[in-house]
Design a protein around this ligand. Structure first.
Ligand code: THU
Length: 134
């Protein structure tokens, strides 16, 4: 796990906080933002996007990783997840698998909050030991 310089983490957190403001979460009322840093140094963002057909809802991490891939990014070097208030959340099970798919050695997962400085740093492997690959 390679810790990013503090300024990089701060700007990723800010990008995730901004993206969170665009969340489409009328059913849960739970807004989430995510920001991904790829191997090019490009930042891609996402927010959760719910649907009246509930299972079609998409997590912020999935949207951010999809944006990274769509813009030509290949690997996720760092990802920040931001929920509301001062609460820290960790990625859901499915998003742990999505992060694992695009992670490399040294990829860092940061769980931050919309308010306050609380910050947890972890790794895809710690979040999903023995994740599926083939
Ligand atoms: N959600 C995320 O976007 N990311 C997570 O890691 C956990 C949950 C979203 C999905 C749903 O729109 C809302 O939060 C409540 O579960």
């Amino acid at each position: 796990m390679t810790k990013l310089p503090e300024t990089d983490v701060s700007s990723l957190i800010e990008a995730a906080r901004q993206a969170r403001l665009n969340a489409h979460a009328p059913y849960s009322g739970f807004q989430v933002g995510a920001a991904v840093l790829d191997e090019r140094g490009v930042v891609s963002v996402g927010c959760n996007m719910e649907n009246a057909a509930y299972p079609l809802g998409t997590c912020a991490e999935a949207v951010a990783l999809g944006a990274m891939v769509a813009s030509g990014g290949k690997t996720c070097r760092a990802i920040v997840i931001v929920a509301g208030g001062d609460r820290l959340i960790t990625p859901c099970g499915g998003c742990r698998q999505r992060i694992t798919e695009l992670a490399v050695a040294g990829t860092v997962v940061y769980c931050a909050a919309d308010a306050g400085d609380a910050l947890e740093m972890t790794t895809p492997d710690a979040l999903l030991p023995n994740g599926f690959t083939f």
